[in-house]
Design a binder for this molecule. Structure first.
Ligand SMILES: [Fe+2]
Length: 383
């Protein structure tokens, strides 16, 4: 990765509210200015809701709050300060949907007993889910490896069958997550839902699959193709897919094939074929807003334990939450990502311009192929 941006200056925008008129917009590439006033009837919503003292981006026509990797150490029934702060703040961003890209509890540890696993889900419910339900925020999520790993043993049996069973039991007893389900037959492991924009009748179609391991089950990929090809999905303004593991590696210690979706390039091409706008993932514990081909890739940072450095950078680790504002007119997204330790907004320009992993590179979302320098074009994976 010589000649790249290792050693990039690290800086943050200062969190202020309200937005100064000439301030540099955080992480808004490709630039998507706020939508012009609409002729639709006004909706009684704040234009830039945010927790007091934090940067307050203009809200889109549909706002997601993306959280990820909430767990502490194995077996833990407590959550770190950044998780608790985020949960307390969530209603103040007034999101239309809270989307969690996995790892809500701290399993994937063979000696955990049934009682210990149940205690973790009770703690998740008490500490996180109840607050989200009380605020009447729809909650979409994908299962992570620490929730219910789908890892298989050599004889094809599930290594974490008890965790799978108990995660499913928890979610089936809390199945009304407030989202508008389209197909919930595979809930909580794979399902689809659709959320309407604040104005008009159009919607965003969401597909959740089980990428708790690098191998998404083939039958689930077939199901996903059929779901994405459906009229409902294709008529939606945008399609968003979420799974725990990303398609490409972005973090130190996660730059191995087992830590990303198998055949990531091929999976990306399938998503592109059905005009999926964004794939949202967790697991790498490092925020990186990327794109490749025509697919946006939102690598969510962790809020719980174990934040990781980005590959090809010397930046300090961060625990983040990303607000995604979706414009109905542009059918595009704007990210505002907060470092939930300092509560400052992360400036996309401080992040590496591209990251090269074992199955290829991804570009920062404001960087195009044509912007790459010769050194960047020849950058190779150094893992
Ligand atoms: Fe994970």
């Amino acid at each position: 990765m010589g000649g790249m941006v290792a050693g990039a200056t690290h800086s943050y925008l200062t969190a202020t509210r309200p937005t100064p008129p000439n301030s540099t917009a955080p992480d808004t590439s490709p630039a998507t200015p706020p939508s012009p006033p609409s002729a639709s009837p006004p909706v009684a919503r704040a234009t830039n809701p945010a927790p007091p003292g934090l940067f307050a981006p203009p809200r889109g026509d549909l706002r997601l709050a993306v959280i990820s990797d909430l767990n502490s150490q194995y077996g833990s029934t407590t959550y770190e300060a950044e998780v608790l702060r985020t949960v307390a703040y969530l209603p103040q961003w007034e999101p239309d949907l809270v989307l969690c890209s996995g790892d809500m509890v701290a399993g994937q540890f063979p000696s955990l007993t049934r009682a210990e696993i149940e205690a973790m889900w009770s703690a998740f419910d008490r500490t996180i889910a109840q607050a989200i339900r009380r605020a009447k925020l729809p909650y979409g999520f994908t299962i992570g490896n620490h929730d219910a790993s789908g890892a298989l043993g050599i004889n094809g049996t599930e290594l974490f069958a008890q965790e799978r069973e108990l995660a499913k039991a928890y979610w089936l007893s809390h199945a009304d997550t407030g989202v508008n389900f389209v197909d919930k037959a595979g809930f909580p492991y794979f399902y689809t839902f659709a959320q309407k924009f604040a104005r008009g009748s159009e919607e965003v179609f969401f597909l959740v699959w089980d990428a708790s391991t690098s191998r998404i089950p083939p039958e689930q990929l077939t199901w996903a193709e059929q779901a994405l090809a459906s009229d409902r999905a294709q008529k939606a303004k945008l399609r968003i897919v979420t799974g725990h593991l990303p398609l490409y590696a972005v973090a130190v210690g996660r730059e191995f094939l087992g830590e990303i979706v198998e055949n990531g390039d091929r999976v990306r091409q399938m998503l592109e074929k059905y005009r999926v706008h964004t794939y949202i993932s967790g697991h790498h514990h490092a925020y990186y807003p990327a794109h490749k081909g025509t697919l946006q890739l939102l690598h969510s940072g962790a809020l719980g334990s174990g934040a990781r450095p980005l590959l090809s950078s010397r930046l300090p680790v961060t625990k983040t939450l990303t607000i995604v504002d979706i414009s109905l007119d542009k059918a595009d997204t704007v990210y505002t990502t907060y470092n939930m330790t300092t509560q400052e907004v992360i400036d996309i320009k401080t992040l590496p311009r591209l990251i090269v992993g074992p199955n290829g590179y991804v570009l920062r979302r404001d960087v195009e192929e044509s912007d790459l320098t010769p050194a960047e074009k020849s950058a190779e994976f150094s893992g």
